[in-house]
Design a protein around this ligand. Structure first.
Ligand SMILES: NC(=O)c1ccc[n+]([C@@H]2O[C@H](COP(=O)([O-])OP(=O)(O)OC[C@H]3O[C@@H](n4cnc5c(N)ncnc54)[C@H](OP(=O)(O)O)[C@@H]3O)[C@@H](O)[C@H]2O)c1
Length: 273
């Protein structure tokens, strides 16, 4: 899907902004030469210039030259960015898609003096390879902008439109969640090394095993515990390893971690106000 004549800027192109822009270009949604990326540091923009992006520290120039504004700054940087671009926002042209954790549509709109559609988007870094789980929400009156956001992010993995009250939990489960699965894969590979594999092989084998497990759930619609039952022979080695993990708090620590991340995510922006 290309965006027709609509152009995109990533205002604040850090970790997640870079993942988004890589996904947008890789999937053919955007062309690098039409896409603006901004950062504070000119030096860090050089790799983007080399790749043909319009890369600048000037947010106003980026806003004036693009239609879809993806805001990728941290919660602490959001207010000053909006203040900077407010005067050049155009109600007839712009939509603003914010990936900023914890900042609600209402809070963002309250900082903007124009009636710009604002949509909250929560992707994860797998967006760089078009495998993000992206959650999207916005007000009913901004449905056309929500549809544009969904069209874009469907090209970059899977996306769901959810109620805004679930955006914070979605942040914990999906955006933070990718780190939890990275750690799980890393831990599995460490176990693999201890029982005889070289680090590189152990990591590949653990990651492919995780990919297979996820694919069985997504592609076959299987339930994880049903799949566990298929692997656990009575008195066998899988159930003894699995139960040992549970004695050490495997499921419990994953649940506690997600709940803790959700609690923290709730306050990321409001604590700055
Ligand atoms: N990382 C993730 O996986 C992820 C996933 C979903 C949502 N999020 C959310 O996305 C937001 C950004 O996270 P991040 O990890 O990508 O942070 P980050 O790497 O620190 O990126 C922020 C970027 O914003 C730039 N910036 C700051 N102020 C600016 C300004 N006034 N004008 C232009 N650029 C400006 C910074 O530039 P310099 O580099 O030059 O300082 C930096 O590149 C956070 O709210 C986070 O919670 C992150």
């Amino acid at each position: 899907m290309a965006l027709g004549s609509k152009t995109v800027s990533i205002l604040g192109c850090g970790n997640i902004g870079t993942a988004i822009v890589n996904g947008l270009v890789k999937s053919g949604v955007c062309k690098a030469e039409q896409t603006y990326v901004t950062k504070k540091s000119e030096e860090k923009l050089r790799p983007f210039l080399t790749r043909g992006f319009k890369a600048t520290t000037n947010n106003i120039e980026a806003v004036k030259n693009t239609d879809i504004l993806i805001v990728g700054v941290t919660p602490q940087q959001l207010d000053s960015l909006i203040e900077e671009i407010n005067d050049v926002l155009d109600e007839k042209r712009h939509i603003l898609l914010s990936v900023v954790s914890g900042a609600s549509v209402r809070q963002i709109k309250s900082k903007i003096s124009k009636n710009i559609p604002v949509v909250r988007v929560m992707p994860n870094t797998a967006i760089a390879i078009q495998e993000s789980m992206t959650c999207i929400s916005g007000n009913d009156e901004d449905k056309p902008a929500i549809d544009i956001a969904k069209t874009i992010f469907d090209q970059l993995g899977k996306s769901v439109v959810i109620k805004e009250e679930l955006m914070v939990p979605a942040t914990a489960l999906c955006a933070c969640g990718i780190a939890f699965f990275f750690r799980a894969i890393s831990a599995a590979s460490q176990g693999g090394i201890e029982i005889g594999f070289h680090a590189e092989d152990a990591l590949f084998m653990a990651a492919q095993t995780a990919k297979g497990a996820a694919a069985l759930i997504i592609e076959n619609g299987a339930h994880p515990e049903g799949e566990v039952d298929k692997v656990t022979t009575p008195r066998g080695c899988t159930i003894s390893g699995l139960n040992q993990m549970e004695h050490a708090g495997f499921s419990s620590s994953m649940i506690k971690g997600i709940v803790t991340s959700a609690e923290k995510a709730k306050h990321l922006y409001s604590d700055n106000e």
